[in-house]
Design a protein around this ligand. Structure first.
Ligand code: G6P
Ligand code: MG
Length: 220
């Protein structure tokens, strides 16, 4: 039987950084004179920093010069980095280390597939970097999710065919990217939101060892 690989998104799957991204975008929106709600923040999940700012400015009805746009990108990231500065292993989402440990024990190759340019420092802060055989992040990808590029690059680095890879994702765009790559997609979040995923769980506490074993054997 062919070797399976598991690919994890970072924000909202391994760590709960969505709240810090939200606070940083909200701060910028407020400075520019408009509101930015948690509900609007849903659209930002899995989406590159540049695309997020484009959407934010659309919401606020603001047009910006390239120089101004770049200044706001830098400002948002500076605020985000300040929010995550003191992040530690307590911010890992429930049962994630247990699942990573089990997959490692079963010799499953693991990859990270994230749109974030801050992925590596975050993994280092929470001491999970050593679990990943391959890390593909916002510094390498050119096409944002829902384009499958990030996951196809991860599969390639693991030396596996896309159909032998399983993806854990919390974003609609991420599930679409995994499906477009021909992978098994596991949504982490709400069933009503992640409708296109092959399976959906509220969080990793709902994912059992027999289910992981089944994924290791499944043909897709
Ligand atoms: C993840 C998050 C997005 C974020 C993107 C870029 O995909 O879900 O909300 O915009 O990464 O993150 P970065 O850390 O590079 O700004
Ligand atoms: Mg995510």
């Amino acid at each position: 039987m062919a070797q399976r690989g598991f690919i994890f998104d970072l924000d909202g799957v391994i760590v709960d950084t969505a709240k810090y991204h939200y606070l940083a975008w909200k701060k910028l929106a407020n400075e520019l004179g408009f509101e930015f709600t948690q509900q609007q923040n849903e659209m930002f999940k899995g989406v590159s920093r540049k695309r997020c700012l484009e959407i934010l400015l659309q919401i606020g009805g603001i047009t910006a010069s390239e120089a101004q746009f770049n200044t706001w990108m830098v400002e948002k990231n500076r605020d985000y980095l300040a929010y995550i500065a003191h992040m530690d292993a307590t911010e890992i989402l429930p049962e994630v280390p247990k699942v990573l440990k089990y997959l490692k024990k079963m010799n499953i190759p693991l990859a990270l597939g994230s749109a974030s340019k801050n992925a590596v420092p975050i993994l280092e802060k929470v001491h999970l970097k050593e679990y990943f055989d391959s890390i593909i992040d916002g510094n390498q990808v050119t096409k944002a999710k829902p384009d499958p590029e990030v996951f196809l690059m991860a599969a390639k680095q693991l030396g596996l065919a896309p159909q032998h890879c399983v993806v854990f994702e919390d974003a609609v765009a991420g599930i679409q990217a995994a499906n477009a790559a021909g992978m098994v997609s596991i949504g982490i979040g709400e069933k009503e939101v992640l409708k296109e995923a092959h399976y959906v769980f509220k969080d990793f506490t709902e994912i059992t060892v027999p289910f992981l074993d089944q994924l290791m054997k499944s043909t897709h």
